[in-house]
Every structure is written in C-alpha cells, then in structure tokens.
Design a protein around this ligand. Structure first.
Ligand SMILES: Cc1cc2nc3c(=O)[nH]c(=O)nc-3n(C[C@H](O)[C@H](O)[C@H](O)COP(=O)(O)O)c2cc1C
Length: 376
C-alpha cells in the first residue's frame, strides 16, 4: 500500500506522511523492534476459528487495531477523515480524530462512526483546550486522547527539503514530476483550496489555512504539566488516555492522576529522534502500571504478526498511523477498508499458526526468551 501511495502522491505529500524527525533513527527503530521479537507457536492448541474481538472502555471492537490520529488526512483523499472513519466503522473498530483534521470534529461525528475518539493537546490558551474538550463531549465522542509528545514541533527534515507548505504550493520545477501525479491533482482539484484545520476556526470565521496553521503552532505549549492533566481530568468525565508515554515513571503518575488508558508512542518517530522504539518501551510501561489501565501502543505496526507480538507483551490494542494514510491515498474509504482487512486476515492467520483462539490467549508464553531468560 505504501508503494501504491508513493506512486499516487506528490513527493512532498508522500514524504509528509512517510518521513520522521532528523535522521529518522526512531522511525526505523519502531519497525526494527518487531524483527527482534520472535514468536514461539503452539499449533496443537489451535481451533478451527479465531475470535479477534477485544473490549476497550466498555465497547467491543472487531479487531485490536484502531485508526490513530493523523493530521491533514484530508490532504490524501477528498474528505479523508470521514472516509477513514467510515472504513473503521465498517470494520467494527475505533477511529481517533486528530486535532489537525481538515473536517471539524462535529462533521466527523455526523458520520456516526463509533467508537470515535478525539485527540487534543494542552494549549497555551487553556480555554481552547477546554473548548475543544467540551465540543468533543457535546458531539458524543467516546474517549479523549491527550497527546503529550507534540508540545514543540519535531524537526522533519524531509518537509524542509521539500518546501512542504500547507496548502501545497508547487514551483514550476515541480510541475514535470507532478504530471505523473495527475490523478491525485484531478481528484483534489477542488479540495486543495479548502484544505484547512477545521477545529481551529472560530465560529463563523472563514480563515485561510495559513492563519489557522499559525494559530495552531502558537498554541503549542512545552510548559504543560501534571496540573494541566489534573484540570483536564476534571473537565472530561469519560475515558481519558495519554498518548506519547514512553517512561515508566510517567505512566505511573498518569494512573495516579486518574487517567484511564495509556498509548505508548513516539509519534511514529516524527518528534524526538533518538527516542526509544515504542515496542521497546512497552514492557517498562506495563510493568509500571500493571493491570490498572489498558496500555495501547503504536509505531511501526505493519503486519498482523506485529500486532500479535505487541499483545503478547501485554498491549491491549494497537493503533496505526501511516498505513491508513497510504490506504486513503490509494483508494479513499475502500483503501482504508483494505488496509484494515489485511490486518484482520494477518492477525487471524498469525493466531491460527500460533495456536491461539482468542485475543486473551495471546501472552508472554508465545515469545522466545533469550539465553538468560529475558525478552530482548
Ligand atoms: C502524517 C501524520 C500526521 C500525524 N498527526 C498526528 C496528530 O495530529 N496527533 C497525534 O497525536 N499524532 C499524530 N501522528 C502520529 C500518529 O498518531 C501515530 O502515533 C504514528 O503515526 C504511529 O506510527 P505509524 O505511522 O508507524 O503507525 C501523525 C502521524 C503521521 C504519519
């Protein structure tokens, strides 16, 4: 799907999704970490059929793969966020809307996609954090996801090299290469003028994307702290997750602050280059919080067997970022549906080959320990 997306998208748009921060060490680590973990199947424990469902925050999901928040999904396909949310709904899984979606959170809610989660930041203007949270509650979102690893913008050098701007502006020299991307250009011909950060427009305001992008960037706040988490906990009464946790101490503290779930993540290697791979950080976080809250993970999950490995380490479910954007770029809703179906088939096959019949049956015993009895 990534190869097909690369063929469809202008280079700057493909790189915006595909790239990471600086030397992309963390981006590469995320995927490589899965290679270092080996499965130990027990085929004689198998059964004719497998049950891939999981229950999270009281809602049953058809598979343990959730669509994670990705800003500007509407740049990959017209109305991209709503297309992906519909595909998630059809697959019976959750969709998490990014703060930086093109459509507004209310427009996404109108699709009826459920469970739907809303991702927010702690903004310099705490009133804006409160306003977004209240809008999400009013629009019936099932969970709120506070992303904590985007308090300053990561240094994404591919975007700098490509002169990636929002909305994309193409130099005459780009035009020859663009001729090969005619399908995307044609499909997006009306959309490109409308690409915006829907959630940041004030009621009745018709601000252009540059204004809204500036507003968004100026709202990021590296001085956010636990007091802000405590405040958010008071405002949002439903399930509240923190996304971007890597450190066990932070995980423990989050639970003490009444957080209902954690997402172990390094933002897909787009923020702090040099940060640990999510999969490597997962066991430490799980040890720190025990069974008190579900721990989810994202970053580099490209195969059904990757999902099985993450669950074997104790994750409750996985999120995917880039794969769904690539699906969107290739075929909109049908592309995301295909991506989710590939995960479903691969998880089912990996479970069948491992000899497990349900998600609850996936545990540490399926993982090869090294010679001194430890996981790598
Ligand atoms: C293009 C793009 C935009 C993203 N935007 C957001 C965002 O707005 N909020 C957020 O919390 N994470 C964002 N992320 C991070 C994803 O939610 C997720 O953590 C990451 O992509 C997972 O890694 P994967 O792409 O290897 O699956 C974004 C990722 C990509 C690739």
């Amino acid at each position: 799907m990534r190869d097909l997306a690369r063929a469809q998208l202008p280079r700057a748009v493909f790189d915006f999704a595909d790239g990471g921060a600086e030397d992309e060490t963390t981006l590469r680590r995320n995927e490589a970490a899965f290679d270092d973990l080996a499965l130990l199947p027990r085929p004689l424990d198998g059964s004719a059929t497998r049950d891939l469902s999981v229950t999270l925050f009281g809602k049953k999901l058809g598979l343990p793969v959730i669509i994670g928040p990705t800003g500007l999904a509407g740049l990959f396909w017209p109305d991209g966020e709503r297309c992906a949310a519909r595909a998630a709904k059809a697959a019976g899984t959750a969709y998490c809307l990014s703060h930086g979606s093109v459509c507004t959170l209310e427009e996404l809610a109108a699709t009826g996609a459920c469970p739907r989660w809303m991702q927010v930041f702690i903004y310099r203007d705490r009133g804006f954090t409160r306003a977004l949270t209240e809008r999400a509650a009013k629009a019936g979102y099932d969970a709120l996801v506070l992303t904590t690893d985007n308090q300053m913008l990561g240094n994404r050098e591919r975007d700098i090299r490509n002169g990636f701007t929002i909305p994309p502006r193409f130099k005459p020299t780009d035009m020859a290469a663009m001729a090969l991307k005619a399908e995307w250009l044609w499909r997006m011909r009306r959309e490109l003028k409308r690409i915006t950060f829907g959630n940041y427009a004030r009621p009745g305001e018709n601000a252009d994307i540059a204004t809204l992008a500036g507003r968004m960037a100026s709202l990021l706040d590296p001085s956010m702290n636990w007091q802000d988490v405590a405040e958010l906990r008071k405002i949002w009464t439903g399930p509240l997750l923190i996304k971007g946790v890597l450190h066990p101490d932070e995980a423990k503290k989050a639970v003490e602050h009444g957080i209902d779930g954690l997402i172990v993540s390094n933002h897909g290697g787009r923020q702090l280059d040099g940060a640990a791979a999510s999969l490597d950080a997962l066991p430490g976080v799980i040890d720190a919080v025990g069974a008190r809250v579900p721990v989810l993970v994202d970053g580099g999950i490209r195969r059904g067997s990757d999902v099985v490995k993450a669950l074997a380490l104790g994750a409750a479910a996985c999120l995917i970022g880039r794969p769904q954007l690539f699906g969107l770029a290739v075929a909109g809703e049908a592309g995301v549906a295909r991506v989710l179906e590939i995960y479903r088939q691969e998880i089912d096959r990996a479970m069948g080959l491992c000899g497990v019949t349900s998600i609850a049956g996936i545990d540490h015993s399926l993982l090869l320990k090294n010679r001194i009895g430890e996981l790598p």
